[in-house]
Design a binder for this molecule. Structure first.
Ligand code: CO
Length: 208
């Protein structure tokens, strides 16, 4: 049986480095988590949520799926969202896409990719809805990257329209949903300025 010893060695080194700089770190963390942020991002291995925003264990609640989609009936994403908002009282929800997303690219290809095409159908739908805007862009790469941005805006809108976030706002709980995009090519994030923290904000974004 293969047991991936390198990864366990890495793990021991990582744990001992943290323990050396802060001997109480793991024992404190074992008792509670109090993350201020929920990250909804792509599964892409090049977009490691904690690392790119410099947060340590305990500081970021994370949900990742292919192409960082927020779908109204996805119980996995909705459960993460509900737990983050209702139980952990997370104040900020970050929907983070990235340029050159393989999921977005695959959604635009005509060849089949199997089961995942059902998941990526949401991006094809978005592409169809925004086809006039997208067709004005001269290259495929530009169209893919703009679709990555539109997918983030869609994700922010969808988070804002969930019962979880709507009910939080109704009871006066401050929750802000942010839309960010990450560039794998230089490691930098951009805030897309599509932040919503009320029903009115969501309606404005929907009409953009
Ligand atoms: Co991706």
């Amino acid at each position: 049986m293969k047991k991936l010893p390198l990864l366990f060695e890495n793990n021991r080194n990582w744990a001992s480095q943290i323990s050396q700089s802060d001997p109480e770190f793991f024992s404190t963390l074992a008792h509670q988590q109090n993350p201020e942020f929920l990250w909804i991002g792509c599964s892409d291995s090049r977009v490691p949520a904690n690392e790119i925003i410099g947060l340590r264990p305990g500081e970021l609640f994370v949900h990742r799926n292919v192409a960082n989609l927020v779908i109204h009936t996805d119980m996995n994403c909705l459960s993460v969202l509900q737990y983050a908002v209702d139980i952990l009282k997370t104040k900020h929800i970050i929907v983070c896409g990235h340029y050159g997303c393989g999921g977005v690219r695959a959604a635009l290809e005509s060849r089949p990719h199997g089961l995942i095409d059902n998941w990526l159908r949401h991006i094809r739908d978005l592409h169809q809805r925004r086809s006039v805007e997208l067709s004005r862009l001269p290259t495929v790469e530009e169209r893919i990257n703009r679709l990555c941005e539109l997918n983030v805006i869609e994700g922010v809108t969808n988070v804002g329209n969930t019962t979880v976030v709507q009910e939080a706002w109704q009871r006066g709980q401050a929750v802000t949903v942010h839309g960010w995009i990450y560039a794998i090519s230089d490691g930098l994030l951009t805030d897309m300025d599509v932040c919503v923290s009320s029903v009115a904000d969501v309606m404005k974004l929907e009409n953009m």
